[in-house]
Design a protein around this ligand. Structure first.
Ligand SMILES: C[S@@+](CC[C@H](N)C(=O)[O-])C[C@H]1O[C@@H](n2cnc3c(N)ncnc32)[C@H](O)[C@@H]1O
Length: 435
């Protein structure tokens, strides 16, 4: 006796659903509120184009050709059970896995299908680089050093409802090294109400990782809590002095002298039960998290952003971090003089025509850096990963804009503060496309 085709189909569907727990978990998102109609439409399409035994196909076509339901509960539960052996929600998830709506590899977080050439073309046509989120199949953002999460909130306010309406996945992952339990760090702590609001938002997959060093992502990656690559990787007001001195061109002794000269003498101490850094400045003792004066430099930051984002955006970059970072982006070694700190006096000499072009920018204006000087090539892969495929090794497009806030562009709380501090030099906004 030949086996009942429906019984055989049920068996295979249930084996596949149990085979990969991560895919099973990921399939849950596909049937939730905003994602449901597009999942239903993709299933209809997959059923039409897949070769199946006639009786199985007929049953499935009949089930899916009815008018588009709004929720799982609106589907014919009995019929779903006859093809999958499962109750409606689980049945739909199992079918989504069977028809490969959840990719087998990197099942957890979708990555946008767009080449770096396409990203460049799109971004060149946009005043607001974050609008790339409207143009790719996946809208995902990684924010490093996220502070109080106000940028994430502005991002969601701007794009959330549009992406939800179009049933597009919207993923925002934020992280910050500040330990949420720490008494230090003041207003930079993730705002708990904002965090909860973002976590509860329908159609948005939001996570915040506190006490998380951006250069120690191995554990989050192993647990698949981060996507391998995001549509946009962003950092707002990159920390000083962490990114203000580049250790590949400045010696440790010089950096220490500079820190003591400009910030004051410092040492590790305790604040209650916590470790802390004490800095003596203008006759006062200031306390910071213990890692505040760990110097990493902008090259490591650029490498991290390029590895994680199809597009990278740095907002509200202060003058000191900016020139050190710019030196890394340009081809000629003369922009990276060994063991010489940058100062208002030597910047015009070291950066020459680049300095003139940038100093001439008014607030809100931009330049395409490659039009002023050659962009550096082959430097983003660190020595540890020289042969890794798909890892960017330079930026193909760099746009530099002057100012803290820009019309229609979501920004962080530090950027908003900059805008009202008229005695501070305006910061920089940098859009980079890795190649
Ligand atoms: C100047 S604040 C900017 C905060 C926020 N992005 C904004 O613009 O308002 C720099 C932030 O980077 C975080 N940070 C510094 N070093 C970090 C690291 N290695 N990993 C993750 N976050 C870091 C700090 O805790 C701080 O919240």
């Amino acid at each position: 006796m030949s086996p009942d085709p429906l019984a055989e189909f049920r068996r295979v569907v249930s084996i596949r659903a149990r085979q990969f727990p991560e895919q099973w978990e990921a399939s849950k998102k596909l049937i939730e509120g905003a994602a449901f109609p597009s999942t239903f439409a993709r299933l209809c399409e997959a059923i039409q184009r897949t070769d199946l035994l006639v009786s199985v196909k007929e049953t499935l076509v009949c089930l899916f050709e009815r008018s588009v339901p709004r929720r799982v509960q609106d589907l014919d539960g009995e019929c779903l059970k006859s093809v999958t052996g499962l109750p409606p929600a689980k049945a739909l998830r199992a079918l989504a896995i069977f028809f490969e709506l959840v990719p087998a590899a990197a099942a957890k977080w979708p990555v946008a299908h767009v080449s770096s050439e396409e990203v460049e073309t799109i971004v060149r046509s946009l005043d607001n680089p974050f609008d790339l989120l409207r143009r790719t199949d996946v809208a995902s953002v990684l924010e490093i050093g996220a502070g109080d999460l106000s940028f994430a909130e502005e991002l969601v306010d701007l794009y959330g409802s549009d992406l939800t309406q179009h049933h597009r996945p919207f993923v925002i992952h934020c992280l910050d090294r500040l330990d949420p339990r720490s008494q230090l760090g003041g207003p930079l702590h993730a705002n708990p109400e904002r965090q909860q609001k973002l976590q509860r938002m329908e159609g948005l997959s939001f996570s915040f990782f506190g006490n998380q060093d951006m250069f120690e992502l191995g554990d989050l990656d192993r647990r698949e809590l981060l996507a391998p690559r995001y549509t946009i990787a962003t950092c707002w007001a990159p920390a000083t002095p962490t990114f203000a001195y580049e250790p590949t061109r400045l010696s440790e002794a010089l950096i220490r002298n500079e820190l003591e000269r400009t910030k004051g003498v410092f040492h590790q101490t305790r604040f209650g039960k916590e470790h802390a850094l004490e800095v003596r400045h203008a006759g006062r003792a200031l306390l910071f998290p213990p890692w505040k004066f760990e110097i990493v430099g902008p090259l490591a930051l650029l490498r991290l952003l390029a590895r994680r984002g199809l597009l990278c955006v740095l907002g509200s970059v202060d003058g000191q971090v900016f020139w050190e970072l710019l030196a890394q982006l340009l081809e000629e070694p003369r922009y990276r003089p060994p063991d010489q700190t940058f100062s208002p006096v030597n910047l015009p000499m070291i950066f020459g025509e680049v300095y003139t072009a940038l100093a001439g920018l008014s607030i809100g204006e931009s330049i395409d850096l490659a039009e002023v000087a050659a962009l550096r090539r082959h430097y983003l892969r660190s020595d540890a990963s020289p042969s890794m495929d798909g890892v960017a090794d330079h930026f193909r497009y760099v746009r530099i804009s002057r100012g803290a806030t820009f019309p229609g562009i979501p920004v962080s709380s530090t950027a908003r503060k900059f805008a009202s501090m008229t005695e501070e030099a305006p910061p920089w906004f940098i859009t980079l496309v890795p190649a």
